[in-house]
Write a protein that binds this ligand. Structure first.
Ligand SMILES: [Zn+2]
Length: 204
C-alpha cells in the first residue's frame, strides 16, 4: 500500500507537532482534537457530534437518501452519501488535466473546483490545491482511528474526500484536496463560475 505511506507520515507529523503534544498531555485525546480543529471548522456544532457529523449538518440541498438513490448510481451513492472511497488510480479524473473548465458535484452539480487548481500529486485520486471559495465544507473525520479533515459539497453535503496540509507540494496553498472522481463531473465551460464577460451571444 505504497500510496498511503506519504500522507500517513505527514498526518502523523502534523498530529504530534510540539504544540499538540503539549495539549494532548493535559487533555483527553478527544478534547485535544477539538482544540486543534477549531480554526478550520465553519460549523461549530459539528465539533460536538460524532465522526459522521456531516451527515447531520443541514445543507441547502437536503434531499433524503431515498431521493439520492433515485438519481445516483450505486457507486455514486456509496461514495457521496455513505463516505466511500474509490480505489486509487481507478477514477476517470485521476489523470485528467484540462486547461480550463470546472469540476462540479456529481450529486447536485454545484461548481467545486476549477481546472486551473488541479495538480499532479501521484496519489491516485484527483488533487486540487484549492476549491472555489465556499464550495466545500471541512470537518474532522475520526473514522478508522485516524483524524482527518473530510471535505463535503457545501450545497448538498455529498462526501468528496479529504484535505491534507503541509505535504510540501509546490502549489500556492500547500494543501491537497484529495477527491474521488466518482464525486465529480466535469464541464469544459467554466463560465458557470466566472460570470463576468462574454455572456451575450444568446440573443436570438
Ligand atoms: Zn453537491
Amino acid at each position: 500500500m505504497r500510496f498511503l505511506r506519504f500522507p500517513t507520515l505527514i498526518r502523523s507529523l502534523y498530529a504530534f507537532s510540539a504544540l499538540n503534544r503539549a495539549r494532548a498531555f493535559r487533555l483527553a485525546p478527544a478534547q485535544a482534537t477539538v482544540l486543534r480543529s477549531m480554526p478550520s471548522i465553519p460549523l461549530l456544532g459539528s465539533l460536538f457530534s460524532s465522526s459522521s457529523a456531516s451527515s447531520k449538518m443541514s445543507f441547502p440541498d437536503s434531499r433524503s437518501d431515498e431521493d439520492w438513490r433515485a438519481v445516483l448510481s450505486p457507486e455514486q451513492f456509496r461514495i457521496l452519501r455513505q463516505k466511500g472511497t474509490e480505489p486509487p488510480g481507478s477514477g476517470k479524473f485521476d489523470k485528467h488535466y484540462p486547461e480550463e473548465g470546472v469540476y462540479t458535484c456529481a450529486g447536485c452539480e454545484a461548481p467545486l473546483y476549477k481546472a486551473a487548481t488541479k495538480f499532479k500529486s501521484g496519489c491516485g485520486w484527483p488533487a486540487y490545491f484549492d476549491s472555489i471559495p465556499g464550495a466545500v465544507t471541512r470537518h474532522e473525520d475520526r473514522a478508522y482511528g485516524m483524524t482527518r479533515t473530510e471535505i463535503v459539497c457545501s450545497n448538498c453535503g455529498g462526501h468528496l474526500g479529504h484535505v491534507f496540509k503541509g505535504e510540501g507540494f509546490p502549489t500556492p496553498t500547500d494543501e491537497r484536496h484529495c477527491v474521488n472522481s466518482v464525486s465529480l463531473k466535469f464541464s469544459p465551460d467554466d463560465k458557470v463560475v466566472t460570470k463576468d464577460g462574454e455572456g451575450g451571444q444568446s440573443q436570438a
